[in-house]
Design a protein. Structure first.
Length: 636
């Protein structure tokens, strides 16, 4: 059994060979011995603890970049263009990676091993199934299997469902690589979360997964799949759609609910129920800003689960360190900033809104939603406190100094995630502020969206949740006033579209609320993906703050007009900073153009060789628009 556990990779980077690096990364064999371990609850805890590292920051942006993930969307700009938003640059990978959203099964394999082993230990009366700790850690393991599968669902859609530790047999492993329709994967995830909810308890440390956290994830999964099926129907990206590649392995596919519309409603109903189950138990925290710079999230009711840093964890983070160093290499987009409402509930363009314009950053945030005010630096904000008690104030965006960390991105510098406490900025590992992972605001937003998508109107509970979010943000709670004064033609937000068509003003404002609540929290890309809202991203010029009306005078000769520069008004550009139009050689010089194939990631090339699936009759199929024989860009 131990040997099978180690060998099983389900066609990860290799079935027939194993690198030294992979071998060194394995757990010691005696640790996984059924005879030596899994005899008491602490053994179970030790095993599942490893899964909590899956909440670490995405390494693509650096371990310390708590704030940077959303630069892969239309919310943030980084120092480099994002290949997922460009044609002809993202390629089919040659082999599988080891990240959460990569085509690998290592974590899934380990959760399956845990389930099989613990069930045997319970059957042998070595462990008590009703012991509170045993239940907790079994529940955590089911949660993490669901979490790992959800990341695969978001990345690939259809995916193999593996529920057991498989034998070291090539034919068996190849058969297990058969992809299941995405809706079946989503149903499997919800089944695991149902088991987790039954086993878990609330009231545990918020450093561990609770019942409420599992319910919240279940609502997220159900909302994701329900809206994906709704807005991607009629494409090859849904089971049964035209040219769906899965028909080769599932020729008799049908939706359990009877139709794709009914299947979408099935998931939306689940999203409503799971969100409501947890939303009514907790209150929003009244200090939005403090939630993201606190060293004690345990006491904050809104936060269900958080990641902590500090001496006991060996390594801290560098959020404040880098953000204080002139912006951390990221900045908000004009589209995001302009989406925020005025405190009176009106969009900035509406008559009587009181918007003071954007000639200065202070003008931008005046009388705006408080979430914007505390998330972007403007003139007079304290940027840094020094150990001697003196303070440094923000004056204007630093576009020219530094090396890679200056606000080369947009001019809208991040204040969210940045505390002025000098001890938090000493080094790239000195940060000990805690990171909220699951919080109640999401339950409110999931319920609001799912209920409107399913029912076509705002029910009383959705309205109550929405008003609570706006009240915390300092925005007038008259939701209808906002809806009545929304002009989609004047909104820059791509989320006003789904599958190329404008949504109604109510739904758009629900999406606006979600965007504004989760600013710089890594939620945006997959929201845009599930809404099919990138369909209209063609030659999309990314803009930042209003540089050329007044701010250019602050830089003097530091901003040069080179021969390739065409982003200033004098060269036919905009008054707004367009960082990717500084040089004509920039890959996004003509703007972002999103290939629809990028809604799903490609299956790596080596998987087709390993499963003998290079020919059309192979058991493994590629996602729409991607090659299974060459490391090339998507077809569209």
């Amino acid at each position: 059994m131990k040997r099978i556990f180690f060998v099983f990779t389900v066609l990860a980077t290799s079935i027939l060979t194993q690198s030294c690096e992979d071998y060194l990364e394995r757990e010691p064999e005696d640790f996984l011995s059924e005879e030596a371990y899994f005899n008491k609850p602490s053994d179970l805890e030790l095993f599942v603890n490893k899964f909590y590292t899956s909440f670490d920051v995405n390494s693509e942006y650096g371990r310390n970049s708590l704030y940077a993930t959303d630069r892969n969307s239309d919310d943030l700009i980084g120092p480099f263009e994002e290949e997922n938003l460009l044609k002809d640059y993202k390629l089919v990978p040659s082999s599988a990676g080891n990240g959460l959203g990569d085509w690998n099964f290592s974590n899934i394999r380990e959760t399956n091993y845990f389930i099989e082993t613990i069930e045997k230990r319970i059957a042998a009366d070595v462990l008590d199934a009703e012991n509170a700790q045993v239940r907790q850690y079994r529940g955590e393991n089911y949660f993490f299997r669901a979490w790992f599968y959800f990341n695969k669902l978001q990345a690939f859609g259809d995916f193999p469902i593996v529920k057991e530790v498989l034998p070291d047999d090539l034919e068996t492993l190849i058969l297990a690589s058969k992809r299941e329709p995405r809706n079946e994967v989503a149903r499997f995830i919800l089944e695991d979360l149902t088991k987790a909810i039954d086993l878990l308890q609330d009231g545990v440390s918020k450093n561990r997964i609770s019942r409420s956290s599992a319910q919240l994830l279940a609502s997220r999964v159900a909302l994701f799949e329900g809206t994906w099926l709704k807005y991607h129907q009629g494409t090859a990206r849904v089971p049964g759609g035209p040219n769906w590649p899965g028909v080769s392995q599932h020729p008799n596919f049908s939706y359990p609910s009877g139709s794709i519309a009914a299947e979408s409603e099935y998931f939306l109903d689940k999203a409503m129920k799971y969100a409501d189950n947890v939303a009514g138990k907790y209150n929003l925290y009244n200090d939005y800003q403090k939630m993201f710079i606190s060293e004690n999230l345990e006491s904050i009711d809104e936060v269900l689960f958080y990641k902590s840093y500090g001496i006991e964890n060996v390594l801290g983070h560098g959020a404040t360190h880098y953000l204080q160093r002139t912006g951390g290499g990221v900045g908000y987009t004009r589209s995001l900033v302009e989406s925020y409402l005025m405190q009176n509930g009106l969009p900035i363009y509406a008559a009587g809104s009181g918007y003071e314009g954007d000639a200065t950053l202070e003008d931008v945030v005046t009388n705006r939603d408080q979430r914007l005010q505390v998330s972007v630096l403007s003139e007079g904000d304290v940027r840094k406190e020094n150990p001697d008690g003196s303070k440094e104030f923000f004056d204007y965006p630093d576009l020219t100094s530094g090396s890679g960390w200056q606000s080369v991105t947009s001019g809208y510098q991040l204040q969210k995630w940045m505390t002025t406490d000098p001890t938090q900025a000493e080094s790239s590992t000195s940060g000990t502020t805690e990171t909220p992972i699951f919080r109640i605001a999401e339950a409110y937003l999931n319920y609001i969206e799912a209920s409107y998508e399913k029912e076509g109107s705002l029910n009383g509970k959705a309205t109550t949740y929405w008003k609570s979010l706006r009240e915390r943000a300092g925005v007038d709670t008259d939701i209808q006033k906002t809806i009545s004064n929304t002009n989609l033609e004047k909104e820059r937000d791509l989320a006003k579209f789904s599958a190329g068509n404008e949504v109604d003003a109510v739904l758009y404002n629900i999406r606006r609320e979600r965007r504004n609540e989760f600013i710089a929290e890594g939620m945006r890309l997959f929201d845009i993906y599930r809404w099919s809202a990138f369909d209209t991203m063609e030659n999309y010029i990314v803009e930042g703050f209003n540089l050329w009306e007044e701010y250019d005078e602050d830089y003097g000769t530091q901003i040069e007009q080179g021969e390739n520069v065409s982003y200033s008004p004098e060269n036919g550009g905009s008054t707004y900073f367009q960082p990717f139009r500084i040089k004509s050689s920039n890959r996004a010089y003509e703007g972002y153009s999103f290939p629809e194939a990028h809604y799903l990631d490609p299956v790596p090339l080596d998987q087709f060789t390993l499963t003998n699936s290079v020919d059309a009759d192979g058991i493994l199929y590629q996602n729409p628009g991607w090659s299974k024989s060459a490391a090339i860009p998507a077809e569209y």
